[in-house]
Design a binder for this molecule. Structure first.
Ligand SMILES: Cc1cc2nc3c(=O)[nH]c(=O)nc-3n(C[C@H](O)[C@H](O)[C@H](O)COP(=O)(O)OP(=O)(O)OC[C@H]3O[C@@H](n4cnc5c(N)ncnc54)[C@H](O)[C@@H]3O)c2cc1C
Length: 335
């Protein structure tokens, strides 16, 4: 193996490459230029070799594709064993993994097996003037941004989804694809019987989110937000207290310890705007806040602020939208 590399794990979802892999490649490219490294990517699965060229279009110089029937299902023990062997052989300087639920499960296992450190949930990577990788992540519940330098090798980092810029693919980019079969696939002793249910909601990719907080009085009132989200073609998000109350699953939680989201429109209803909540949604396109308290911090981040009781405002907005849709009108003047 010649040269030194920065390695990006290409996560797959139902045999398709997860978009976070492309975001990581864009960042890896930027760092590689500064540090004089190559960009490598590794992808695992069954029947995935033909996906490798996509990774080259997004910035990889070399792609290793472990295409093997034994890697058909996402099995964390099997994947860990293949990736650990691969890293020991290729010795990348830096190893990037997406901080998706899957990446968060995989990365610490790999780091422990390699006896190296792991900086989890980063929101940016920079290169210092003296050529060191600086990993940036929220600390103290999002109140400060810690700048972390790691001395162990490889430098391992997980990066949140949708915090890095998606690069433009370049179909004319050329690179090397190396198809491999793993020598060893560790078994975990678990027999996979079949998929029971999918995650109920994909907040990270949602274009419109109607989010509720403690301004809601009871669990059943989430229905009002569900109705509004349905009319707008969006999904429901929540602040953490609602998850802690057991009103809704953690898949819906927005914030520091939940999902980072970047929808076109984020409607925050009865949410005060704590630093931990803002950490997950402040990069949304248009933020609309509905709150009875004009001094609520969320208004400092909102593009449109509505000082109102959500129990009055949201039903009126729903009736208005139904009327507009019923009449097939695109624009209503004087509303
Ligand atoms: C380690 C750690 C991690 C955390 N992670 C997260 C996280 O990921 N996500 C998260 O959200 N929080 C997180 N938190 C919790 C966070 O600190 C706040 O407690 C939480 O965000 C507050 O939720 P809220 O805005 O819904 O509630 P509150 O702060 O109680 O705000 C409720 C708001 O509703 C308004 N209101 C009341 N009635 C109405 C009404 N009828 N109509 C309109 N407005 C009304 C009030 O004026 C108020 O502004 C975390 C905390 C810690 C310590």
């Amino acid at each position: 193996m010649s040269g030194k590399g920065i390695l990006v794990y290409a996560e797959t979802r139902e045999s398709e490459i997860h978009p976070i892999s492309f975001e990581l490649l864009g960042k890896a490219r930027e760092i590689a230029e500064k540090l004089g490294l190559e960009v490598w990517s590794v992808i695992l699965g069954s029947g995935i070799s033909d996906k490798a060229s996509q990774l080259i279009h997004y910035g990889a110089d070399r792609v290793y594709a472990y295409d093997d029937e034994r890697l058909r299902d996402l099995n964390v023990v099997a994947y860990k064993s293949v990736l650990v062997d691969f890293v020991k052989e290729t010795k990348p300087e830096i190893f990037l993994i997406g901080a998706t639920p899957w990446g968060r499960s995989l990365a610490p296992r790999i780091a422990a097996a390699l006896d190296t450190g792991l900086t989890a949930d980063c929101i940016d990577l920079q290169v210092s003037e003296d050529g060191k990788l600086i990993q940036i992540r929220p600390a103290f519940t999002g109140n400060i941004l810690a700048h972390i330098e790691t001395t162990s090798k490889p430098i391992m980092t997980t990066i949140r989804y949708r915090v890095m810029k998606m690069p433009e693919p370049d179909p004319s980019r050329r690179g090397e694809v190396i198809v491999r079969r793993p020598e060893r696939v560790e078994a975990d002793g678990v027999k996979f019987l079949g998929k029971v249910s999918e995650r109920g909601v994909n907040l990270a990719d949602a274009e419109i989110i109607v989010a509720g907080g403690k301004g809601l009085k009871k669990k059943e009132d989430l229905r009002i937000l569900e109705e509004l989200a349905g009319l707008l073609g969006g999904v429901v998000g929540v602040s953490r207290p609602l998850v802690e109350e057991g009103w809704i699953s953690k898949d819906h939680q927005v914030g520091f310890s939940g999902n980072t989201v970047k929808p076109r429109i984020y409607i925050a209803c009865g949410i005060s705007g704590s630093p931990q909540h803002l950490a997950g949604m402040r990069d949304s396109g248009i933020i609309i806040a509905v709150n009875t308290d004009p001094s609520a911090p969320i208004f400092r981040h909102a593009d449109y602020g509505v000082v109102a009781d959500l129990y009055e405002f949201i039903p009126r907005l729903i009736s208005f939208l139904k009327e507009v849709k019923g009449h097939g009108k695109g624009v209503v003047k004087g509303a």
